[in-house]
Design a protein around this ligand. Structure first.
Ligand SMILES: [Zn+2]
Ligand SMILES: [Zn+2]
Length: 333
């Protein structure tokens, strides 16, 4: 009788993006093997750091708290090398092609300390950063032509951070980026068919089943998604269905700060200071109704690089089972 072959991997389907991902199950790596080798820190010293010397930067658009005595914790400045600026859309058609000017805003959110970042902060301090994200969002969403405000954070050179000093970026755009667009469309389509939010559907199952939950409080939960794109991907969701990040209430922000800080801390301890990116996916501010959407944070530790297979097929391979990754992070104190 032929020996039954056990598959070495599993294809998992992402309900929202409709992407398939490959989860290595047979020869899945052990969580400990993801620890980043003691990274050679090429960090600039405080002396040469542009964010420790803000006098050479553009005038801040927000200082927080603004007590006027240089006791700020978070400051927002315009990006010196913006990917977007300009005042008018200037739409042009060239034959079958369409272009518009790269209209928008590009800002940098800087926290004061040169070495400490969100994973090391006290929860109240993480909340200040969330306060700033919200405040800038509310301001930028009302600017002319702005239909989406993207908030993201890169940590470590491998994650695209060109300056060591911890900072986040905010880009306000006239268009919805393709990644968010797919997320919105997937959520909308699921809602049309099932009359239910796709994220609420997943959360309901995941919170009962527990195997992918990393941390939770009464308002937010962080978990490793069923169809993780990369090893140790973590997402943070409000437990209650909410479409718009910018409408987060005061008492919810401290709860979000707790889940964000704990999740980042577990990743940084468990994987030994890996590079990572995180961003917020929230409903666009283009005036249309996105009540079906469920805003969330996505945290992507840099645990892999895209090689030929990923680039050629768009299918990502996660070399650890999401359930094992979650268990590992859950147990990190
Ligand atoms: Zn610095
Ligand atoms: Zn929902």
């Amino acid at each position: 009788m032929p020996e039954e072959k056990k598959s070495v991997s599993e294809l998992r389907f992402d309900l929202v993006s409709k992407d398939w991902v490959v989860i290595a199950t047979g020869r899945s790596r052990r969580p400990e093997t993801f620890k980043s080798e003691q990274r050679i820190k090429e960090e600039t010293s405080e002396k040469n750091c542009p964010f420790c010397h803000l006098e050479n930067q553009g005038k801040p658009v927000l200082v927080y708290p603004d007590s006027g005595d240089n006791n700020w914790e978070v400051v927002v400045i315009p990006n010196k090398y913006p990917a977007f600026s300009g005042a008018d859309l200037n739409e042009r058609l060239v034959g079958p092609y369409r272009t518009i000017d790269g209209v928008g805003f590009h800002e940098v959110v800087i926290t004061r300390d040169h070495y400490q970042h969100l994973a090391h902060f006290k929860i109240e301090k993480v909340k200040q950063v969330i306060d700033v994200y919200q405040e800038r969002y509310l301001e930028l969403m009302n600017e002319k032509f702005i239909n989406y405000v993207s908030i993201f954070h890169n940590y470590g050179r491998e994650a695209g951070a060109s300056i060591f000093h911890p900072h986040s970026q905010i880009i306000a755009l006239p268009i919805t980026d393709p990644d968010l667009r797919r997320s919105i469309d997937g959520s909308h389509e699921f809602f049309e068919i099932h009359k239910k939010c796709v994220h609420c559907t997943m959360l309901e199952w995941d919170m009962k089943e527990k195997s992918r939950v990393v941390f939770e409080n009464d308002k937010f939960v962080s978990l490793v998604p069923f169809a993780s794109k990369v090893a140790f991907e973590v997402r943070i969701y409000p437990k209650e269905h909410k479409a718009y990040f910018e409408r987060i209430k005061e008492e919810e922000k401290i709860k979000l700060a707790e889940v964000l800080q704990v999740s980042l801390n577990k990743i940084c301890k468990g994987l030994v200071d890996p590079a990572f990116n995180f961003f917020i996916h929230t409903a666009p501010c283009d005036g249309r109704n996105y009540d079906h959407y469920h805003w969330h944070f996505e945290i992507l530790p840099k645990t892999s690089v895209w090689a030929g297979f990923e680039l050629c097929t768009g299918v990502q391979i996660s070399t650890i089972e999401p359930e094992k990754a979650a268990e590992y992070l859950r147990n990190i104190e």
